[in-house]
Design a binder for this molecule. Structure first.
Ligand SMILES: CN1CCN(C(=O)c2nonc2N)CC1
Length: 247
């Protein structure tokens, strides 16, 4: 089981997301636990202040050290094992499936969601094990990135996905983009489902799916091919694809 401690000044943002479908069932099955922590509860002034003006001037506000340090100390003292501590930030290493799989091995994870212009640097220096970014763009806060991380990590925990095979087939799980998928009707607006998928020949179907995953990856994300564990058969399929695509 993985316990996520999510620190935010807007914990109510998470309620809807984590009370739906797979993540709700995962909590009910005791596979994950989500502890929503309002940073304001650790502010001691009557206005429950969590931010202040930046030293040296400049736009916006900075998240204060005291409430966040108190929250981290409190959570850590109550945790069964020392939590792995993440700060969601555009300055972090870009999140990917490999990181999701790695984090799914942790027992306790603290995710700090920043707001305003950012956090006091002493938080980063003293409390954070790693910074993670969900992409090279700037959001209004760390809450949406935290939801992304909890979702992707939870999916990698055994038992969370009803059909375990969907985890193995996931785009990025095998290092490639996903293959095309179809369901009924067999023909729609003159566009037919590929005949191979109707043969019932699982070897042929698997070959077709692997080839189309390789084709999609080559055409859209060739960079992923460098890291992917390709077999001799994959290289044969790629040769066919190069010829078919006229590359
Ligand atoms: C202070 N706050 C600024 C906005 N923010 C992000 O844009 C972000 N987080 O993770 N990946 C991202 N991109 C979170 C932190």
């Amino acid at each position: 089981m993985v316990t996520f401690h999510i620190l935010s000044i807007f914990p109510e943002m998470f309620v809807g997301v984590f009370q739906e479908s797979i993540l709700k069932r995962a909590q009910e099955k005791g596979l994950i636990k989500i502890n929503l922590v309002n940073i304001r509860n650790y502010a001691t002034d009557k206005h429950r202040t969590t931010d202040d003006y930046p030293y040296g001037g400049g736009p916006g506000m900075i998240m204060k050290v005291e409430p966040i340090f108190r929250a981290f100390y409190d959570i850590t003292a109550k945790a069964k094992t020392k939590p792995h501590r993440i700060f969601m930030s555009p300055q972090g290493k870009t999140f990917n499936q490999k990181k999701a799989i790695e984090l799914a091995e942790k027992k306790e994870i603290i995710i700090l969601c920043g707001r305003y212009e950012g956090i006091d640097e002493r938080i980063r220096e003293e409390l954070i094990d790693e910074e993670i970014s969900i992409g090279d763009y700037v959001l209004t806060g760390g809450e949406l990135p935290a939801m992304v991380v909890v979702d992707a990590v939870s999916r990698m925990i055994p038992g969370v996905l009803g059909d375990e095979s969907s985890k193995e087939d996931d785009s990025f799980y095998c290092g490639l983009l996903g293959y095309p998928q179809y369901t009924r009707p067999r023909e729609f607006q003159g566009k037919k489902v590929p005949d191979v998928l109707l043969t019932g020949n699982h070897a042929l179907i698997e070959r077709w799916r692997r080839k189309e995953a390789l084709r999609r990856t080559l055409l859209r994300r060739p960079d992923l091919l460098v890291e992917a564990d390709l077999t001799e058969e994959d290289y044969k399929l790629l040769e066919e694809i190069y010829n078919e695509e006229g590359i």
